[in-house]
Design a binder for this molecule. Structure first.
Ligand code: ZN
Length: 319
């Protein structure tokens, strides 16, 4: 019997399930919008549809990548962002399909995808996901860092601004995610519009609070001076966050992934470089590159932790 692996990516906006075959190829994928409540039911439907369509009756193992904080002992997401549930019992749902289920923070799973599936000798690396929120995963000296409860490096909550007073979903102020996470970018643009003076279409829209994150990057492409100013500011924020993590972990490489990054990767990669040169200490030598799976990093991460489970996560999942 072929060993099929089920991978589940629970994102802030989408739930994605995929079946991988024994060669690591995706056989089929199913998606749904992440609901605000009763998330377990949607997960069950997505997996049921996927398996029904493929006709696969036996799943050897499953991996789940989800936003933190995660209660690993119970396989439960606790107060996940953008979901109005205090607890989401993810592992229980997936156990209806296979006994062997492993869960990890999506950033942790994402960096493991690089080591387990792409570069086995990866020693010191950081993954930064730039999407609706900002997340991360870290490998130091070849080992996956997870923290005492598996919720280490919530890097989106690094303070990158001490003056704006802009509040984050976590309750703190001036956090990387609160300024440059996709969910908050329109607010950042509105704040910048109130302290600057431009005469462009996007500037007037921003002042009225009438813009989306996508608008800002679109107008920047068209040369709108205010849009370019906002994008430059966002890149400065990303560079501040990346320089802070680099100082903490001394990586050889920083991978960037996530939906927002995947859509605008040239603009972000080019834009952060000159700020990195300014912010990062001279003793640091790291390169910033796009990750191998970009917007599918968490999905491949979910597959990777099931296919080749890191010992640190196995312990945590079994405690
Ligand atoms: Zn925060």
């Amino acid at each position: 019997m072929a060993d099929y692996i089920l991978a589940l990516d629970i994102g802030a906006s989408k739930i994605i399930a995929a079946v991988f075959d024994h060669r690591g190829e995706i056989i089929d994928v199913e998606r749904a919008r992440t609901p605000r409540s009763n998330v377990e039911k949607t997960i069950d439907q997505v997996i049921g549809k996927l398996l029904g369509r493929t006709g696969i009756s036996y799943i050897a193992k499953a991996g789940i990548a989800a936003p933190g904080p995660i209660n690993y002992r119970e396989g439960v997401l606790e107060k996940p962002p953008n979901i109005d549930q205090d607890r989401v019992h993810v592992t229980d749902v997936v156990k209806r399909y296979t006994r062997h289920v492993i869960i990890a923070n999506d950033g942790v799973a994402g960096i493991w995808a690089e080591k387990a599936l792409v570069k086995q000798d990866l020693k010191n690396a950081v993954l930064v996901t730039i999407g609706t929120g900002i997340g991360g995963g870290v490998i130091v000296d070849g080992r996956l860092l997870i923290g005492s409860n598996g919720n280490a490096h919530e890097i989106g909550h690094i303070v990158v601004d001490v003056d704006s007073g802009l509040e984050c979903g976590c309750g703190g102020v001036g956090h990387w995610e609160a300024l440059a996470g996709g969910r908050w970018i329109p607010r950042t643009a509105k704040t910048l519009a109130s302290s600057t003076s431009f005469d462009t279409e996007l500037y007037h829209k921003a002042r009225n609070g009438d813009i989306t994150t996508g608008d800002i990057y679109e107008y920047a492409k068209k040369g709108d001076a205010f849009a370019l100013h906002v994008v430059d500011y966002l890149n400065k924020i990303h560079a501040a966050g990346i320089a802070s993590i680099a100082s903490t972990y001394d990586p050889e490489v920083v991978y960037l992934s996530g939906g927002l990054f995947a859509r605008h990767k040239e603009v972000i990669l080019d834009g952060i470089q000159r700020y990195l040169d300014k912010f990062a200490g001279r003793h640091l030598r790291f390169k910033v590159i796009e990750s191998s799976f970009l917007e599918q990093q968490s999905l491949y991460g979910a597959y990777a932790i099931a296919y080749s489970p890191p010992i640190e996560l196995v312990k945590l999942n079994q405690e």
